[in-house]
Design a protein around this ligand. Structure first.
Ligand SMILES: [Zn+2]
Length: 287
């Protein structure tokens, strides 16, 4: 609704905004949100750090699926929502962007200084020596190690996982670090059961403490990893605005909550807040 956009724009136009984004912002880029309205129940339990590091079979399964899912992630492009956030930032209204997404789409849309809370799927780290390499390079190595591995991509989760039958997984060959020769490779993302590096968390708390407004975009705030910033904002008296499709676990702390598709609402919000003209056709946006 126009009133919703106007009210949000009035809040955002005051500047000092810190964005906290989640999977819902990337669904319109073709990366499904398994907790949001478009995502059904999760097909399989997300990989945990403990299982990944201790279970070679589970690790093989992860890489086989992830190898296929990577094609989808790699070709995803920013949507209108990411671009609107970048516009708000370049207009000087957004002081910081914290994202729970591992797709790199904020930066691809032109945003700078993005704190990628859970890391990036396009980077790979060696658990043996800490050497970082690109996923592109790993993708090439995995393709070379698995010629003809052309299992069909069925469904993709935000972490790049896809459905794959057991027999298809069995023949998949994983590869190790070439730098220390044998170190275990892991996508440089924070798995369930793994903690976000302390310095990264501190940087986020600092952003929240200096914010005038915490704008949550497309996160159900299910995990404490993101929700803690909403709790901190509320504790510090920093206003919290939540735009998400469906309820969130932070709604009780929010000054304003809006249930709307981000790809439609955010461009209008950016237009209004930066003094532009909102595009027509926003009727039907709930709020
Ligand atoms: Zn290594």
């Amino acid at each position: 609704m126009t009133e919703t956009v106007d009210a949000l724009a009035a809040l955002v136009a005051g500047g000092g905004v810190v964005v906290l984004s989640g999977a819902g912002l990337s669904t319109e880029s073709g990366i499904p949100d398994y907790r949001g309205p478009s995502g059904a129940a999760r097909r399989h339990t997300p990989m945990t750090y403990q299982v990944f590091t201790r279970d070679a079979q589970a690790r093989r399964r992860y890489w086989a699926r992830s190898h296929l899912g990577w094609r989808v992630i790699a070709r995803a492009v920013p949507n209108e929502g990411h671009r609107a956030v970048a516009r708000l930032q370049s207009a000087g209204l957004v002081d910081g962007i914290i994202t729970q997404n591992v797709d790199g789409l904020h930066s691809a849309a032109g945003s700078t200084g993005v704190v990628e809370l859970h890391g990036r799927l396009d980077e790979v780290v060696c658990l043996g020596c800490g050497n970082q390499t690109s996923r592109e390079e790993l993708d090439r190595r995995l393709r070379e190690a698995n010629p003809g591995f052309d299992a069909r991509v069925a469904a993709v989760n935000p972490d790049g996982d896809v459905d794959l039958a057991d027999d298809e997984v069995a023949g998949f060959r994983t590869v190790d670090c070439t730098f220390c020769r044998g170190g275990m490779l892991k996508p440089d993302v924070v798995f369930f059961g793994e903690t976000v590096p302390a310095a990264r968390v501190a940087r986020c708390f600092d952003l929240v403490a200096r914010a005038r407004l915490l704008l949550v975009l497309g996160s159900s705030l299910t995990v404490m990893s993101g929700r803690r910033f909403v709790l901190r904002a509320a504790k510090l008296g920093v206003a919290v605005v939540i735009v998400n499709q469906g309820p969130t676990r932070g709604d009780g702390y929010a000054t304003v909550t809006v249930d709307a598709p981000l790809g439609r609402l955010l461009p209008a919000l950016a237009d209004r807040a930066t003094g532009g003209v909102a595009p027509a056709g926003l009727t039907g946006v709930g709020g």
